[in-house]
Design a protein around this ligand. Sequence first.
Ligand SMILES: CC(C)=CCC/C(C)=C/CC/C(C)=C/CC/C(C)=C/COP(=O)(O)OP(=O)(O)O
Length: 309
Amino acid sequence: MLQLPESSFCQRTLASVEEAYERCRAITAEYSKTFYLGTILMPPPKRRAIWAIYVWCRRTDELVDGPAASLTTNETLDQWEERLEKIFAGHPDDDFDVALVDTIEQFSLDIQPFRDMIEGQRMDLYRSRYETFEELELYCYRVAGTVGLMSTAVMGLDQRLQSAPWDDPAAKTPIDEAIALGIANQLTNILRDVGEDARRGRIYLPMEDLVRFDYTEDDLIKGVVDERWKALMQFQIERARKFYTLAEQGISALSEDARLPVWSALMLYSQILDVIERNGYDNFEQRAYVSGRKKMLSLPIAWLRAKVL
Ligand SMILES: CC(C)=CCC/C(C)=C/CC/C(C)=C/CC/C(C)=C/COP(=O)(O)OP(=O)(O)O
């Protein structure tokens, strides 16, 4: 388990910036193989910044999804938000914060996506059902689209888009595309973990979609795989793919050294959808898993896309 917020009463010596980033690297490597692979393809300053951001996001997620989640209340999230404000004011509370404070100094990060992510965790605290896709999309923006915005601020724009001094980088930033990749990843995650989540009482699939395909909550909890389920899954997969397609269109606007990592992460993650199809949509019994070999085979294709598209 990740170390959660400590009482701010205990004064202790904080890690150096180097040590803080090393701790963030180790956590990223341990928790997310796919994204870690993406980061090691980046130049060191950007890669370290992404680790610091990843760790903050992971800790935020752990507050409502981790082993101590039952202790988390709205007030816990309020305190976490106050602490975020302190980080943005340059005051770290612990070693992980040290890395994020440095990242904020190095890159022009906006606090709003961080706040929005905390709002997403609040949704998880109180909601276990989504009526419409619109509601789910807002949740996905908050917990994952925000990561797209944070990462884009670190990765930066292609030289061509910021050559003239009067160019406004904000106007050229592929915001919708960055958010779309976060949403696509989150939708993929939801489909992969649908059985596990249902057993924990959480259903992210919009209720309106269940109704449309005549599939019930009860079927979901029992893990019924039949024609209704397959059609429902296919519909969800196609929806997620549309977000991947939108995201792809924004990659060429990113700085050259970020395109390969983003193409790789996009390809590796979207392949989970292919695996779900290949498993006959049985994501209850089989975890959709992309093998290490398949991941490696994707890299040259990602490289080509990063060069050509
Ligand atoms: C396309 C453009 C213009 C920019 C790219 C912007 C980026 C990097 C977007 C990606 C955002 C992202 C990484 C969102 C996280 C979504 C997500 C579902 C993460 C799951 O994380 P883990 O649960 O740690 O993953 P695994 O369990 O699958 O390893």
